[in-house]
Design a protein around this ligand. Sequence first.
Ligand code: AMP
Ligand code: ZN
Length: 143
Amino acid sequence: MSDDPCIFCEIVAGRAPAARIYEDDEVLVFLDLYPTARGHTLVIPKVHYENLFEADEDSLMAVTRVARRGAHALRNAIRPDGMTVVQLNGAAAGQTVFHYHVHLIPRHHGDNLKIHGRRTAERSELETQASEIAAAFATTGDA
Ligand code: AMP
Ligand code: ZN
């Protein structure tokens, strides 16, 4: 394992920038910096664990609860035709950031999904999108 600081832990701690959408005691939601679709969102536990196999059940449940709410918020904010929810475990599965995360990817008919984008998004554009989705989050309850 690398000794480099985990970029998602750096985001949780506020030492690295992110277009934040929502957070509670256990979970943080922000936009992917290399989006593969408009509104490509990541849901992570604030506590570091690498993947599903290291996760405790309570933490996984907290992420799943917020991912569900995030999917509803994205649907309200972006009105996609569908939504891909995906989570990769291990380099062999394509995982590139080794801090557990769930991808929420708005989908449109005819798009050609790639889980990883090729270009960095404009930070200002991400901030605008994050505000729109955060507003949808605020009006999308747990139920
Ligand atoms: P995965 O391949 O499932 O590990 O996905 C990691 C995701 O994290 C990719 O979609 C990256 O675009 C995204 N990512 C990497 N660094 C950052 C960052 N600093 N801020 C936001 N998203 C990031
Ligand atoms: Zn981490």
